[in-house]
Design a protein around this ligand. Structure first.
Ligand SMILES: Nc1ncnc2c1ncn2[C@@H]1O[C@H](COP(=O)(O)OP(=O)(O)O)[C@@H](O)[C@H]1O
Ligand SMILES: [Mg+2]
Length: 242
């Protein structure tokens, strides 16, 4: 258990914020069309918090998550993650940060349809864990922690939407990340599954000390976050604590 929970106990540890954003700007140019997706974001995010990112479609939520997830770099401005400036890192380092320190959960779940639940989780550990046996054991343990110990050998097509989402969460936690980033993760769940999803995230956050950042349209989901940020037209227009 201890091995699995590499980040256990990091909640509320004093020190610099997990993320420090200064003047973060992202401009998309397509031909002669220019979109100012983010307009100078200044933001600190603490370790171990659950943060909801709200705002209408097109307000910049996905763009911001991609920057926080080291999937993209800003057009201007700085993003410090755990003290490193992401905009100065090489692709190789960014890839390493993504695979070791960040877990992703997507609206479409993005499970590999030809792999079983446990294989979907185990394959995420390939870059970090050379032992096949250890990957398999840890995948089983993580799936048990999200309540799916009875579904290990099932293909995604044999799982409900809520169960697929749980597999996606177990996969996001596979490498004991510092942060889990979720883009409209309950968009394809009914409201009871969305509630269960949030309860599960809270539970995992308490046990793993992981920071959770969720873009959502779902008031129920946002109301469970500790901090709510609202974006409009590429700017943060409100920042409140629940
Ligand atoms: N790859 C892209 N190329 C051009 N424009 C984009 C791209 N991705 C997003 N945009 C634009 O940037 C703005 C913010 O989009 P996005 O971050 O996806 O918002 P949200 O997730 O809040 O719906 C929108 O105007 C969108 O059309
Ligand atoms: Mg989006």
């Amino acid at each position: 258990m201890t091995e699995v929970m590499a980040n256990e106990g990091t909640t509320n540890v004093a020190g610099p914020p997990l993320y420090e954003l200064r003047g973060v700007t992202r401009v998309y140019s397509k031909g002669n069309v220019v979109v100012n997706a983010l307009r100078g974001i200044d933001l600190d995010l603490a370790r171990g918090e659950t943060i909801a990112l709200e705002g209408p479609s097109g307000s910049g939520k996905t763009t911001l998550l991609q920057l926080l997830g080291a999937l993209d770099i800003p057009t201007a401005g700085q993003i410090r993650f755990g003290g490193r400036s992401l905009e100065n890192e090489s692709d190789k380092v960014l890839t390493e940060i993504r695979s070791k320190e960040i877990g992703f959960v997507f609206q479409q779940f993005n499970l590999i349809p030809t792999l079983t639940a446990d294989e979907n989780v185990a394959i995420a550990m390939v870059p970090r864990e050379p032992s096949r046996e250890k990957r398999a054991a840890r995948a089983q343990e993580l799936l048990a922690q999200v309540g799916l110990e009875h579904r290990l050998g099932h293909l995604p097509s044999r799982l409900s939407g809520g169960e697929q989402q749980r597999v996606a969460i177990a996969r996001a936690l596979a490498n004991a990340p510092e942060v889990v980033i979720a883009d409209e993760p309950t968009g394809n769940l009914d409201s009871s599954n969305a509630k269960e999803f949030m309860a599960l995230l809270h539970d995992l956050q308490e046990r793993f000390g992981v920071t959770i950042i969720i873009a959502t349209h779902d008031e129920e989901v946002a109301s469970h976050a500790q901090r709510r940020l609202r974006l409009r037209d590429g700017s943060i227009i409100s920042d409140t604590k629940n």
